[in-house]
Design a binder for this molecule. Structure first.
Ligand code: ATP
Length: 323
């Protein structure tokens, strides 16, 4: 049975991570366990960067973006020796359980640790929403709203100047953020990794929008699409006169990650963080805590890692019908 638990955030930061750190801490204290925060993800785990946490240490953070623990990417943790070092450090500090708040790569690390016999549970947290085991991951909703605000603004300037905009959003190999941003932002198309849209098809969509008398055309492009922003801008370089609209490209980049988490992610982070502890308290390890329907779900990490969640064909079709 776990008596002292560590919590870390790893990989790309996601709005709501602080809510999850707070929930892990308070839920663990509630069942009578000690808690330590680990700074800088797996790198801090290998360096023994442990900070004792109390209920008060995590006060006043639920509304903050990013992660108070810091995050990092670590190549050393991908090695057996790196992970052994992490386990040695935790054992020396009397830590007998770990909660990993992070995305696909981070949960792969968590799985590797659990395979070595260490009790680990994950919290599904990434703005990419690519994790199998959770319908929606922590941070997606806030990132989507930030992308949407930018799209709304670009639409205003696009209409004023009769322009077409290609707007690139994040998501790694998953088109969820782009597709949802396209639907919610009333875009003409979403270019995503899962369903190929060629530059010729994008050109056709923009031209048709112009011919229909639209004041603008907005195409949301996922960073992981075969024809992402750079590829499309290169294609259109010598075809400017064929589109009707003048063309501009904008990469939203890291502004999608920053900022205060919305209500949805604060509540989701709280539920998932407490859920990871709840599973540990009943002796369930090596699982990813996620949301399925509107209920918490604990899926073995073995079933989640090394995969990318698919996209709904129906939603993709809906986006094109609405365009
Ligand atoms: P996001 O996709 O939201 O940025 P992520 O958790 O997927 O988040 P990654 O950079 O893929 O981010 O992974 C974070 C860290 O997890 C890596 O730097 C590495 O330390 C660890 N990790 C990734 N893959 C593995 C692996 N195969 N084995 C062990 N550890 C891994």
């Amino acid at each position: 049975m776990v008596h002292k638990i560590a919590v870390l955030t790893s990989g790309g930061d996601a709005p709501g991570m602080n809510a999850a750190i707070r929930a892990v801490t308070r839920a663990a204290v509630d069942v009578g366990w000690d808690v330590v925060g680990v700074r800088h993800g797996y790198a801090g785990l290998m360096a023994g960067e442990f900070v004792p946490f109390s209920i008060r240490s995590v006060g006043g953070i639920i509304q903050l973006g990013g992660t108070i623990l810091g995050s990092a990417r670590s190549l050393e943790f991908k090695t057996d020796e790196g992970r052994k070092k992490a386990i040695r450090n935790m054992s020396a500090a009397g830590i007998d359980g770990l909660v990993v708040i992070g995305g696909n790569g981070s949960q792969t690390g968590a799985y590797m640790l659990s395979q070595m016999g260490f009790p680990v549970n994950g919290v599904a947290s990434t703005i990419d929403n690519d994790l199998v085991g959770s319908d929606i991951t922590l941070g997606v909703d806030t990132a989507l709203n930030i992308a949407l605000e930018a799209i709304d603004r670009l639409k205003t300037t696009a209409s004023s100047h009769t322009r077409a905009f290609l707007i690139e959003v994040m998501g790694r190999g998953c088109g969820y953020l782009a597709l949802m941003a396209a639907i919610a932002g009333g875009a003409e198309a979403a270019v995503i990794p899962e369903i190929e849209t060629t530059p010729e098809q994008v050109a056709e969509i923009i031209k048709k929008s112009y011919e229909r008398g639209k004041a603008h055309a907005i195409i949301v492009v996922a960073e992981g699409a075969k024809y992402e922003l750079n590829a499309l801008m290169t294609y259109f370089k010598d075809k400017k006169d064929e589109l009707g609209f003048e063309l501009r490209g904008t990469e939203l980049g890291h502004i999608q990650r920053g900022g205060a988490p919305g209500a949805f992610d604060r509540v989701l982070g709280t539920r998932l963080g407490a859920g990871a502890v709840e599973a540990m308290a009943r002796g369930e390890y090596g699982v990813l805590t996620g949301l399925k329907g509107n209920e918490l779900a604990w899926t073995p990490l073995a079933e989640c890692v090394g995969k990318t969640k698919g996209i709904s064909d129906k939603l993709f079709k809906l986006a094109s019908i609405m365009a």
